[in-house]
Ligand binder design. Structure first.
Ligand SMILES: *Cc1c(COP(=O)(O)O)cnc(C)c1O
Length: 357
């Protein structure tokens, strides 16, 4: 039986992906040179579509990486000489912090318990911080930080660079690029595409910081220094042989989402989230894992399963739905449900009926 993937990534493919993959094969996209005019046009189109969909202004450049993991590393390498500061409330934001330590930076963190959000008043930024690292949607626990908190943090510290991980909340989230310096994501979550492509959006301040560090003789990496990304990006190219197929597909899926309407996607995301939270909020056995309603993620719904997650996952699989287990130590006591644009209202309703049986 064909399954509907409600896993948080990789996840259900956006409905038009199959059609685009078939067309890509007919057009022999995977064989074209990454130095060809045809590729440059694909690159330019995808960047343009991302700009339209996510309202990315000309102040920011759009670069292609291999994953969000790579984005963590590149951002730290290119923007932090010594000190990064991280908001940590789960496994993904913690990993970003640990990448800083692994790269030999003096990374510090403000940590709250998993399943908790942040209140801006209690966050103190250490003095020498060069980069504030935030995670909009902590996919491991289903906590979404209000974008106003992240924007507010930057406004309180306008001279410090700020980056936001929006991996599991794009395209639902609205990133205020008039304030945010760097945002990044990969495409196997909200865009409903195969994994293997990361997108980094950075402004001139971030690029300038990298160039300044390199001039001082500090290593900012090799092929994906911000200067190199910019140099090739201006030619609609990448320095390495990139995932051409993925860049091609991303442009087409962005176009489809624009045609469908990004506001409609956002409204439907909230509607589906309300269906999910209403159902689990009133359930006899299952419980919404994030207690505080303001912290509940629209795109990642974590549900406690007091009688264990394994049976629930197995039972749903039989009904045609793949749902994710909890992350790490929550594996056996929680399930996580993705709520991405690829998931229709009807599929969510059918999923809930399957839960009810
Ligand atoms: C999935 C995820 C990542 C990692 O993405 P990769 O593409 O596997 O590198 C990073 N941050 C968040 C919030 C995620 O959900």
């Amino acid at each position: 039986m064909k399954q509907v993937y409600f896993t948080v990534g990789p996840s259900q493919l956006y409905p038009t992906v199959g059609k685009h993959v078939r067309r890509a094969l007919v057009e022999q996209i995977p064989s074209i040179s990454h130095r060809s005019q045809q590729f440059k046009e694909i690159y330019a189109n995808t960047v343009n579509m991302l700009r339209l969909l996510l309202a990315i202004p000309e102040t920011h450049q759009v670069f292609f990486l291999s994953s969000a993991n790579e984005a963590w590393e590149r951002i730290l390498q290119n923007c932090v000489e010594t000190s990064s500061f991280h908001l940590v409330n789960g496994a993904f934001s913690r990993k970003f912090y640990e990448f800083g330590l692994a790269l030999g930076k003096q990374s510090s963190k403000y940590e709250v318990p998993n399943s908790s959000g942040f209140s801006i008043a209690s966050i103190e930024i250490p003095e020498k911080t060069e980069l504030i690292c935030t995670t909009h949607n902590e996919t491991s626990t289903g906590v979404m930080t209000d974008m106003r908190t992240i924007v507010g943090l930057k406004k309180m510290h306008p001279d410090i660079l700020l980056t936001v991980d929006v991996v599991s909340s794009v395209p639902y989230v609205r990133v205020d690029f008039s304030v945010i310096d760097i945002a990044f994501f990969s495409v196997q979550k909200g865009f409903g595409l195969p994994a293997g492509l990361g997108v980094l959006v950075a402004n001139q301040k971030a690029i300038a910081k990298s160039i300044k560090m390199a001039k001082k003789g500090i290593s900012v990496g090799s092929y994906h220094t911000f200067a190199n990304l910019e140099k090739y990006g201006l030619k609609n190219q990448t320095s390495e042989t990139p995932n051409v197929l993925a860049i091609y597909l991303l442009g087409l899926v962005c176009q489809d989402m624009l045609d469908y309407g990004i506001d409609r996607i956002r409204q439907e995301s909230e509607y589906k989230a309300a269906l999910l939270y209403d159902y689990f909020g009133n359930h006899r056995d299952f419980k919404v894992a994030v207690r505080t309603p303001d912290w509940r993620s629209v795109t990642t719904v974590a549900v406690n399963t007091p009688k264990g997650s394994e049976m629930v996952i197995k039972r749903l699989k039989k009904a045609g739905f793949v749902v994710g287990a909890g992350y790490g130590e929550l594996k056996l006591s929680q399930v996580r449900l993705a709520n991405f644009p690829a998931h229709s209202i009807n599929q969510v309703k059918r999923l809930l009926s399957a839960f009810a049986e």
